[in-house]
Design a protein around this ligand. Sequence first.
Ligand SMILES: CC(C)(COP(=O)(O)OP(=O)(O)OC[C@H]1O[C@@H](n2cnc3c(N)ncnc32)[C@H](O)[C@@H]1OP(=O)(O)O)[C@@H](O)C(=O)NCCC(=O)NCCS
Length: 110
Amino acid sequence: MPSDTNASGDIFGGWLMSQVDIAGSIAAHRRVGNRVVTVAVNEFIFIKPVSVGDLVSIYAEVTHIGNTSIQITLNVFSENERGNGNAQKVAEAILTYVSMDDNNKPKVIS
Ligand SMILES: CC(C)(COP(=O)(O)OP(=O)(O)OC[C@H]1O[C@@H](n2cnc3c(N)ncnc32)[C@H](O)[C@@H]1OP(=O)(O)O)[C@@H](O)C(=O)NCCC(=O)NCCS
C-alpha cells in the first residue's frame, strides 16, 4: 500500500521484514506447537525492490532445530501489477525463534 513506501517510492524494507517475521513465526509455531518468540534475524538480503501494488508471497522452511530454538529460512517473491504470474525473488532471510513455555521460559522442542 502507498502508506508502506519509503522516500524513494518503493516499499519500506522494515515493512517487508515484519511480514517475513510473521511468516517465519507461523512456520515455527506449526512445527513447535506452542508460542515462539523471535530471537535473531541471522540474515536478511534485499535482492530487488518491491513496488506499491505488488503481490508478495513468502515461503518458509524449517532448516534447523536445536534444543529450544528453531531456524527458519524464508524466500520472498513479488509479482507486479497485483499478480501477473511473473514472480521474481526479491529477498531471502534466515530467522531464529525460541519455543516458549507458559512461564515465558525457553521450552525444549520435542
Ligand atoms: C528468546 C529469549 C527467551 C532467549 O533467552 P536466553 O536467556 O538467551 O535463552 P537461552 O540462552 O536458553 O537460549 C535459548 C535458545 O536461543 C538461542 N539463541 C539465543 N541467542 C541467540 C542468537 N543471538 N542467535 C541465535 N540463537 C540464539 C540459543 O542458542 C538457544 O537455542 P538452543 O536451545 O536450541 O541451543 C530471550 O532472549 C528473549 O526473551 N528475547 C526477546 C524475544 C522477543 O521479544 N522477540 C520479539 C522482539 S520484538
